[in-house]
Design a protein around this ligand. Structure first.
Ligand code: FAD
Length: 387
């Protein structure tokens, strides 16, 4: 009997699933029907986002088009947002429709935890979803030009994402960046988890770009135009970009799947749900309680080939392979211009050559998933699912 494999989200790991399905078509086509439900038809490649904000890349260069990838893999692609899952009845819910499955794989990413701080959801800008963020960033640039006074732009979050965003924005504005008062606020140290030398170098780049750094400062509450800090102080702002941590979508916890950390899918070493063996998850939305690797695209990318292999193995009743996260990884953090800081197992380098190195890695990733393909038609969510 044919089985139905449902992929939810076109995230980094699922790109590898599509690639594997294309490469191994003769082996699965006779016994599997595969459908991909994704909110977006273009997956932003995380490594190149700061370069896109800074103006080094055009949008098309940093987005993987899911349409040709799915078509080449004989996967039915539907653009829709999933907002529920019943792993017992084997259905996913999207826009009021039910999508039945025998096996499901979830790779929907994460977003900053805005609900953790009162007022944040209403008054700050989130870098996720990326398309919405880019739209808001374009609007902000117009605002900068239209106001007679300098505006105060605050980025909250001192991890790699926060520093890359503030430096990319400052670079993009060029000479106009003097029309902005820049702040980076973080509740701990700068670049936690990175070697101290990397943090020192980054602090210097922030200072050179005119960004005022406030460490050990937790935001307690946000109201229109004002940030209130845990130490009782406050600061007025015109715009706040919230680049802290990762939170799951609420429907995951509501589904009854075993979860950890308030709603991330708890997975085993096979990238399989700890409670429902026919459910797989990878990327930011999945957490293996034994390892707890960082929520970074590099892990989603490494999980991709294992996930792809295991989905096909599970569908044909074979034993599953294990994913072992690497202990350390090469981290390349851009500093606004075509310059970056690299850290690898405690070693730190910086320079324009580091940025060129990062650029080569990123472009190679994009080339891998950017082969042209004859135009095909997508379906809308109104189309009936196959039963
Ligand atoms: C500014 C910034 C810079 C970053 N830089 C780096 C970096 O240099 N290196 C690095 O390793 N990480 C970086 N990250 C982190 C990285 O972006 C994430 O870890 C990575 O994108 C997670 O990949 P994923 O596969 O889990 O999901 P994603 O790649 O986020 O993809 C999620 C997919 O699911 C779809 N989707 C979401 N919700 C639904 C739904 N309900 N229904 C259907 N489809 C849905 C989306 O449309 C998208 O296709 C950065 C993050 C930010 C914000």
């Amino acid at each position: 009997m044919r089985k139905r494999l449902l992929l939810i989200g076109g995230g980094h790991a699922h790109l590898f699933v599509l690639e594997t399905l294309r490469n191994r078509k003769p082996h699965w086509c006779n016994h599997l029907d595969v459908t991909l439900l994704s909110r977006d038809l273009h997956t932003p490649y995380s490594g190149m986002l700061p370069g896109l904000i800074a103006g080094h890349y055009r949008s098309k260069q940093c987005h993987v088009d899911l349409l040709p990838l799915s078509a080449r893999a004989d996967v039915k692609l539907i653009q829709t947002t999933v907002d529920g899952l019943d792993p017992v009845r084997n259905v996913a819910m999207a826009d009021g429709q039910e999508w039945p499955f025998d096996i499901v794989s979830i790779d929907i990413g994460s977003a900053p935890p805005l609900s953790a701080v009162p007022g944040a959801s209403a008054h700050v800008v989130s870098p996720r979803p990326v398309e919405q963020f880019l739209h808001q960033w374009r609007a902000l640039q117009k605002q900068i030009d239209s106001l007679a006074r300098p505006i105060h732009l605050v980025v909250v979050g001192g991890g790699a994402g926060g520093v890359e965003i503030v430096l990319a924005m400052a670079h993009r504005l060029g000479a106009r960046r003097d029309r902005v008062k820049w702040s980076l606020v973080t509740d701990g140290e700068l670049l936690p988890g990175y070697p101290r030398r990397a943090a020192r170098l980054m602090a210097r780049h922030l200072a050179d770009a005119g960004v005022a750094l406030r460490i050990d400062t937790a935001v307690a509450r946000v109201e229109a135009g004002k940030l209130h800090f845990a130490d009782g102080s406050a600061a007025a702002f015109d715009a706040v970009v919230w680049a802290t941590g990762a939170a799951p979508q609420p429907w995951i916890a509501a589904s009854g799947l075993a979860c950890v950390d308030h709603g991330f899918v708890s997975i085993n070493r096979h990238l399989q749900s700890a409670s429902h063996p026919h459910v797989f998850a990878a990327g930011d939305i999945a957490t293996d309680p034994q390892y707890r690797w960082p929520k970074a695209g590099v892990f989603a990318v490494r999980q991709g080939p294992v996930l792809a292999d295991n989905l096909l193995r599970y569908a044909s009743g074979r034993s599953l392979s294990g994913y072992r996260p690497q202990n350390g990884y090469l981290s390349l953090i851009s500093t606004g211009g075509q310059h970056a800081i690299a850290s690898w197992y405690g070693l730190v380098w910086e320079g324009r050559w580091v940025w060129r190195w990062k650029d080569r890695i990123d472009q190679r990733f994009m080339r891998r998933f950017s082969e042209p393909f004859p135009a095909v038609e997508t379906q809308s969510a109104e189309d009936s699912p196959r039963m």
